[in-house]
Design a protein around this ligand. Sequence first.
Ligand code: MG
Length: 249
Amino acid sequence: MIIRKSREEIAKMREAGRIVAGVLDMLEGHIRPGVKTETLNELAEEYIRERNGIPSFLGYRGFPASICTSINEVVVHGIPDRTRLREGDIIGVDVGVVLEGYQGDAARTYAVGEVSESARRLMDATAESLRAGIEACRPGKRLGDISNAIQRTVENEGFSVVVQFVGHGIGKEMHEEPQIPNFGPAGRGSLLEEGMTFALEPMVNEGTYEVEVDEGDGWTVRTADGRLSAHFEHTVAITAEGPYVLTLP
Ligand code: MG
């Protein structure tokens, strides 16, 4: 069942989302060659707790950090550690915050210094596909319209969408129904209604769509061919006036 939220609940999710966006903006100023991903994690956790939020990823199914940091061929769920960023890397940062019982979830992929033309195109296409998905978040549309808008945008740019991981409903829980694939036919699936709140999160690969989960840590997801992957995410509410992005600054 898709849980619809009241205006008051959406307002609470907006406050959680504002903190998420604040973390992502703040980290942008720290992402440069030489910085350790564990430093980004510490900065994020401090920022969240100073605002009375709780980092929702920390301890989630045993995840050991407050944010995910996913460099280059890492698709999602990279664990912050002593790895230092290098010039030319791309890094996806995923942040989840719970505030007064309501969740916000968003991700961005950043360039570290100067990146390749291909890396830039990959990031731009991923961000553009998220915008296209958000645009479909309107009452009367269907879930498949979101999925299809994302897939078409990505494939028009010659990249591939990850199918093994998907977007999700969000509210009091970080992961609620429905699952929101980043691929599939338009006009199918649940009818979108006012009050639904979704985390849309295209994960886009430069090469093959296939991914592998690290057997050692059980978390880190990498592209099967070792080529780059990008990830952008927003939490969005469906309102009578159209999509309301809850994870903007
Ligand atoms: Mg998410």
